[in-house]
Structure formats: C-alpha cells, structure tokens
Design a binder for this molecule. Sequence first.
Ligand code: SF4
Ligand code: SF4
Length: 107
Amino acid sequence: MKKEMYAFVVPCSARPLVFDESRCVGCNRCAEVCQVDILIPNPEKGRPPVVLYPGECYYCGSCVMACRQEGAIRLQHPLMNQAKFVPVRHAADAGEEKPLPAEKRRG
Ligand code: SF4
Ligand code: SF4
C-alpha cells in the first residue's frame, strides 16, 4: 500500500533564512547539517530547501557555513536582535559636571 505524506510550513512571523534562488543549486547540504531539522528538501529539484519550522531556528549559522555556493543562503536575525548598542554620552563625561568617585557614589 502506497502512503502519501504531507508537510506544511508552520506559520510564524520569523524568517530566519533568506535564499538566493539564482545561486542555490538545491544540494540540501544546509538541510543536512541543521541540528534542529527545520529544513526539508524542496520537492522541486534544484530549488532551496523549505523552512518548515522557521520559529525553531536558533541562528547557529551551521547551514550558512555548510553552503558551498557563495551568497545562496544568509541568516536574517529577528529585528529586535539587529539592534546596535551605542555608547551613551553623559553630561558629566562631556566635562559639564565632574562625576563623583566610585567610593562616594556608593554612599
Ligand atoms: S543554500 Fe547552499 S547548501 Fe542549501 S541547498 Fe542551496 S546551495 Fe545547497
Ligand atoms: S541557523 Fe542553525 S538552526 Fe537555523 S536553520 Fe541554520 S542550521 Fe538550522
């Protein structure tokens, strides 16, 4: 008896991987190395794998490192993780006010 199996992409706002279809050759090396198995081979040969569980990716980068086609795959971190921290410039640092020595600040 022939069994048919189906897989559906789990809806999720995260889009951890971006494939460049013009560079990807569909070799599935990225899918093979993923430790959490969120990628499955594309049913259409030569196309990038399907990201089945985008919300389960932990952005380890193994898939990107395994790819031999430059620029075929890249990680896209969640927006909140793309924030850059910049040093805060206090008025005291600008010479407008001298900061207290650490021992006096502690009271
Ligand atoms: S992204 Fe790279 S490793 Fe993954 S299927 Fe495409 S060519 Fe292969
Ligand atoms: S970044 Fe890591 S967890 Fe996410 S798809 Fe690639 S190998 Fe899998």
